[in-house]
Write a protein that binds this ligand. Structure first.
Ligand code: SF4
Length: 749
């Protein structure tokens, strides 16, 4: 340690806004360890409340400063071990937190590329900081402002977040808004867009002041400049770029920002869902109804074209192209209907490459897929532009376009069979109301199926997150850091992401032992064994005694405090609450605390969370109990700090649905992968281990609600006898904790 506020880790001087805890120093040390070598990747877990984001920022920015200085010394050909080299390196890397660039004559120059050394500014690695939502990114930007580092920053967002055009910002729906904007930009009719050129040189604060999305919108309104295009422009000069996951994982977004990735350090914060996000990004589901809707849209486009509307956005599709597109879609529909299925409900699973046969039957191959892709894009643009005539762009063509992108990007057929499966099943019935009255989705799709034939759906599923991660790494990314409060169990990450993590950390918590009680509860107050397994589903005594336990917890947890009860599934939540309402349990819980239930519909989510929080905060309240589900929104993204989450009860183990074809196929895929993982020196994870780890990650997320900062305290109760095996670590999982490290440490039996 050199002084309070500045710490030397692996030769890098890190400026930290306050005296760090030992666990924070360990965390920053691991970040730097990874970044000090190209292609050395890290998997870093640190519990919520341990200042993970601040550590990621300070360590990566300090390393970047040193790295840049080193490059400048290298440019001069001075080894840092010489007196001159060492002095210069110190000078260049000094002043951690100093502004990296000064603005002279309206252009950026680097002051630490001193003229006395006669050097051009060295190019340093860019840091790409990725998180799940823009709300989380805004928090990261606020954390950055708490440090002494002042890098040039850009935060990328969508037009829906950034548009300041009086009319366009009110256009509902991202696709329509994009189309409106593109139309104005193409005709130079948006004054905010015209003002982007050179704005960053006149207003250096857009790069230097770590503005978040809200600030940038205000700035755009004040200076009559478009924040959307401005941030895309400033990204070219930024030392740190903030963006949500999909800008990197979605192939189209990644391609549009391709110039940013090379030699960058990519930090994925809140990375616990990366495996499913990456797999999803390479997969799709497409139904007969989707295809029929595409045909309807193409027909609609033909009518619009015949009506003589002038299109300005892009070159519109020709009548011939629209006819070809329609023929291809109808042929694809027929080819899907002709596939042999078995059983009831009828289904079949094929190797991934079967998808090429399906497309080929419709006349689509690798050599003409790009042409088809262009036709679909033109049609989508035409529909989006025609929204002025009351037509709302429909997502079906976008789905078809995404499917084309997913299938025809891969040319390695052997890999396709190994990593993908095509699963065909009957299409589930459509439920719920469709989009508004003027939507094209109100138009009835016409299926060309034979009488008695049921519509089908294709699932083209990628089982390896490594497909997307490889595409990211292939962009020339220097290092990848995956960080989260809950990465445990750690063992499957390398196999799943198909990459090596040389640096791994399961960090300690910063709390004292008296701040957390964690316990496995095997029996309820009446002595009935608690077990929510499928086999035990008829055991109402077990459900009742679980209810009695919740009553007791609600009695003990003080007034003006909240209890969070997580069920393994919505089905278990419904069964449990219905049973308790039939007896006395529900009333007894209600007498202790007001009950709230996590809604299935996302529309009611905000209302429920506000009502729960208000009840906990209400003067004179006894507090509240929130019944929610593992993997639901309440268990992942919500901060129940202090009184809002004083106790967390987990009522069972949230295994994925065992008979879901996707789960069955994924388990088989993990088993197949074991010899390859062993041969490559990676920890092999069987299908069964993967299955348990999925449940464990969901539990870890839920129990992560209880301690949100270093002064927080609370109780975790794992109310299922099977948790005892987990916490003692079943034999086949002994290499890695199943539950997060910090919880295992505190647990009692
Ligand atoms: S250029 Fe910017 S301000 Fe103008 S319409 Fe597009 S997003 Fe809106």
């Amino acid at each position: 340690m050199t002084a309070v506020g500045e710490y030397e880790l692996r030769g890098v001087h890190v400026a930290f806004p306050f005296e760090p805890y030992p666990s924070q120093l360990v965390f920053m040390d691991r970040v730097i360890e990874a970044l000090q070598a190209p292609h050395r990747n890290a998997l870093l877990e640190s519990p919520t409340g341990t200042g993970k984001t601040l550590c990621l920022l300070c360590a990566s920015l300090a390393w970047r400063q040193m790295h840049k200085a080193q490059r400048q010394v290298d440019q001069l050909g001075l080894a840092p071990v010489t007196a001159q080299g060492a002095a210069m390196l110190k000078q260049l890397a000094a002043g951690a937190g100093g502004r990296e660039r000064e603005w002279l004559g309206g252009r950026a120059v680097a002051p630490e590329a001193p003229a006395q050394f006669g050097m051009a500014p060295a190019v340093a690695c860019r840091i790409i900081y990725v998180s799940r939502t823009h709300g989380q990114l805004s928090q990261v930007v606020r954390e950055l402002r708490n440090t002494t580092y002042r890098p040039n920053v850009s935060i990328l967002g969508s037009r829906q977040q950034y548009c300041v055009h009086h009319d366009v910002k009110k256009v509902p729906g991202g696709q329509r808004q994009n189309a409106q904007c593109q139309k104005l930009v193409a005709t130079q009719s948006c004054q905010f867009h015209r003002n982007v050129v050179d704005h960053k040189y006149q207003h250096k604060e857009v790069l230097t002041d770590a503005l978040d999305i809200e600030d940038l919108v205000k700035h755009g309104e004040k200076h009559k400049v478009c924040p959307y295009y401005l941030t895309r422009d400033t990204a070219n000069d930024a030392d740190v770029i903030f963006m949500p996951y999909n800008y990197l994982t979605d192939p189209a977004s990644r391609k549009s920002l391709a110039h940013l990735w090379k030699d960058s350090v990519v930090i994925f914060d809140e990375a616990h869902n990366m495996e499913s996000i990456c797999s999803e990004a390479a997969s799709f589901d497409l139904t007969h109804t989707d295809i029929a809707m595409c045909v309807t849209e193409v027909d609609r486009c033909t009518s619009i074209k015949e009506s003589g509307i002038e299109f300005t956005t892009t070159e519109p599709a020709t009548q011939e192209e629209l006819s070809i597109l329609k023929i291809i879609l109808r042929s694809f529909e027929d080819a899907l209907a002709a596939l042999p299925l078995k059983g009831s409900p009828a289904s079949a699973t094929f190797p991934g490459c079967k998808i090429y046969e399906l497309f080929e039957t419709a006349g689509v191959k690798h050599d003409n897929a790009t042409e088809l892709f262009a036709m679909v894009s033109k049609t989508m643009s035409m529909l989006a532009e025609a929204q002025g005539a009351g037509i709302q762009a429909n997502p079906s063509l976008k789905k078809f376009s995404d499917a084309l992108e997913a299938v025809f990007k891969a040319s390695d057929m052997a890999n396709c069979n190994r990593l993908y499966k095509m699963h065909i099943t009957e299409e589930p019935e459509r439920k719920g109301k469709r989009a508004g009255p003027q939507s094209i989705t109100d138009l009835q799709p016409t299926l060309t199926l034979k009488p008695g034939q049921k519509p089908r759906q294709i699932g083209y599923w990628c089982f390896s997150a490594g497909v997307t991660m490889k595409e990211i790494l292939d962009q020339g990314v220097r290092n990848v850091v995956l960080a989260s409060g809950t990465l445990s169990p750690m063992s499957s990450w390398a196999t799943e992401m198909q990459m090596n993590f040389e640096v791994k950390l399961e960090n300690k918590h910063v709390i004292r032992e008296d701040q957390l009680l964690a316990a496995v509860v095997r029996k309820g107050p009446s002595g009935v064994t608690l077990n929510s397994s499928y086999k035990n589903r008829e055991n109402v005594q077990s459900v009742d005694d679980l209810g009695n336990l919740i009553v007791n917890v609600c009695r003990i947890v003080p007034a003006n405090s909240g209890v969070l009860v997580f069920f393994p599934s919505y089905a278990a939540l419904t069964a449990g609450t219905e049973r308790w309402k039939q007896g006395s349990v529900w009333d007894r819980i209600s007498k202790q605390k007001q009950i709230f239930i996590e809604p299935r519909e996302s529309g009611s989510f905000k209302m429920t969370i506000c009502a729960y929080t208000d009840e906990v905060d209400r003067a004179g309240s006894n507090g509240a109990v929130l019944m929610a589900v593992c993997r639901g929104k309440m268990s992942e993204g919500i901060d129940f700090a202090d009184r809002h989450g004083r106790a967390v009860i987990v009522t069972g183990i949230p295994f994925p649905a065992a008979f879901d074809p996707r789960v069955v196929l994924k388990k088989a895929f993990m088993d197949e992968l074991m010899p390859e993982a062993r041969a490559e020196g990676r920890e092999a994870v069987s299908g069964e281990q993967w299955y348990i780890q999925q449940a464990a990650r969901a539990v870890n997320q839920a129990i992560g609600r209880v301690i949100r900062h270093r002064n927080d305290y609370g109780v975790i109760l794992l109310c299922d006898e099977r948790f005892a095996n987990w916490t003692k670590q079943a034999k086949f999982l002994k290499k890695s904790n199943v539950l997060v490290h910090w919880c295992c440490k505190f647990i009692v039996y």
